[in-house]
Design a protein around this ligand. Structure first.
Ligand SMILES: O=C(O)CCC(=O)C(=O)O
Ligand SMILES: [Fe+2]
Length: 361
């Protein structure tokens, strides 16, 4: 991720830097499905994935009602962000056809031979990150996650699009345009539940970033020894996730332990990120989550992150300092600094949020 982000920043010089060569997990499994290199095995038994109960009560919100300003639905959203930090979104207005095309195209892309996919990595490192999504500085000691990632930044302005595989380009453009609209509508609703004008959060994302990350988790012969993605919270404002309707793999922290999320077909799963947690002075929670693998079927998830601009100064909004949280729980921090600190370290739950937390004696 670090190398990928640095490549992205280095816009003038896209072709000169290649992503770090962390082995492609899908290729490793294709070569020898029974091999799990040491670097992927989680030593601490408590950190190993366990089967988690499916959360039947994950909140579901209706985006069409939210956009009409329906009071009950806004209340439901407010409770979802306070109690869960995760919710599923139905009636979002995105055509099933766009979702299916995106999922099918991505899945066909991953089926291509490695050399074929790798061509796109060479054309531009933004296109196909064969490195892992979260690998900070090359450190031989670091445990690796059992997954590969495709990473795209600010699709609307991305150069070198002519190099994208044509089908992938069309599917991603159509999908991202729709998801961007969903994200804007969610920010409007969240502005209201956070006691602001409808447009406020959108205004706080001026020149903000949009990142699309496609996660590919190959099968693993011993899924209880590895993690697809280590526990983490997302740093941005909202993450909109599309996942496989049949293969569960996402686990979120809730109450005392982990719970699995069973996707509602064609719904989006949305989670609140650290930026909203900070702006809301901790009222809305950016919840830790992780992905587990399985023996039988690879899993794909498509995460669209809405993030503030690098220059945005994050801090609790004055009106969110209230009876519930009478002190500011977070310090002022530039989002760009927060993001960089996040990508420089191995994912470690919510440890990175310490940087922004006020320490009370
Ligand atoms: O694969 C998943 O369901 C979760 C992915 C995720 O947490 C992320 O990309 O930030
Ligand atoms: Fe995440």
């Amino acid at each position: 991720m670090k190398s990928m982000l640095m490549n992205m920043e280095n816009n003038g010089n896209l072709q000169s830097e290649k992503p770090e060569m962390v082995e492609n997990v899908q290729e490793m499994v294709r070569r020898d499905p029974s091999c799990i290199p040491e670097r992927y095995i989680i030593k601490n038994h408590d950190d190993r994935p366990k089967i988690a109960p499916v959360a039947l009560d994950i909140p579901v919100v209706d985006l069409s009602l939210l956009s009409q300003g329906n009071e009950d639905e806004l209340k439901r959203l407010d409770l979802a962000c306070t109690d869960w930090g995760f919710f599923q979104v139905i009636n979002h207005g995105v055509a099933e056809e766009v979702l299916h095309r995106m999922k099918n195209t991505i899945s066909s892309f991953f089926e291509l031979p490695f050399e074929e996919k790798n061509k796109y990595a060479m054309m531009s490192p933004n296109i196909y990150g064969q490195a892992q999504s979260f690998v900070p500085v090359m450190n031989e000691e670091l445990k690796l996650d059992w997954g590969d990632a495709l990473l795209f930044k600010n699709l609307s302005g991305l150069e070198k699009r002519e190099y994208w595989p044509p089908g992938l380009k069309d599917a991603i453009e159509a999908y991202s345009a729709e998801v961007k609209t969903v994200s804007k509508r969610l920010l409007c609703a969240l502005s209201l539940t956070m006691g602001m004008d409808k447009e406020s959060l959108q205004g706080m994302h001026k020149d903000g970033l949009e990142i699309l990350r496609v996660n590919y988790y190959p099968t693993c012969c011993m899924p209880d020894l590895v993690l697809g993605v280590s526990p983490h919270s997302d740093v941005g404002s909202v993450t909109i996730l599309t996942q496989d309707d049949e293969t569960t793999g996402l686990q979120i922290r809730h109450g005392e332990g982990w719970v699995s999320v069973k996707p509602i077909p064609n719904a989006f799963l949305v989670n609140i990120g650290d930026s909203i947690e900070i702006w809301s002075n901790g009222k809305y929670q950016s919840i830790e989550h992780r992905a587990v693998t399985n023996k039988y079927k690879p899993r794909i998830s498509i995460a669209s992150f809405t993030l503030p601009s690098y220059d945005m100064e994050l801090e609790p909004l004055d009106h969110m300092v209230d009876l519930l949280n009478p002190q500011k729980m977070y310090k002022k921090i530039k989002f760009g600094d927060y993001l960089m600190a996040y990508v420089m370290k191995k994912l470690d739950g919510k440890a990175h949020t310490k940087l922004a937390k006020v320490e009370f004696q």
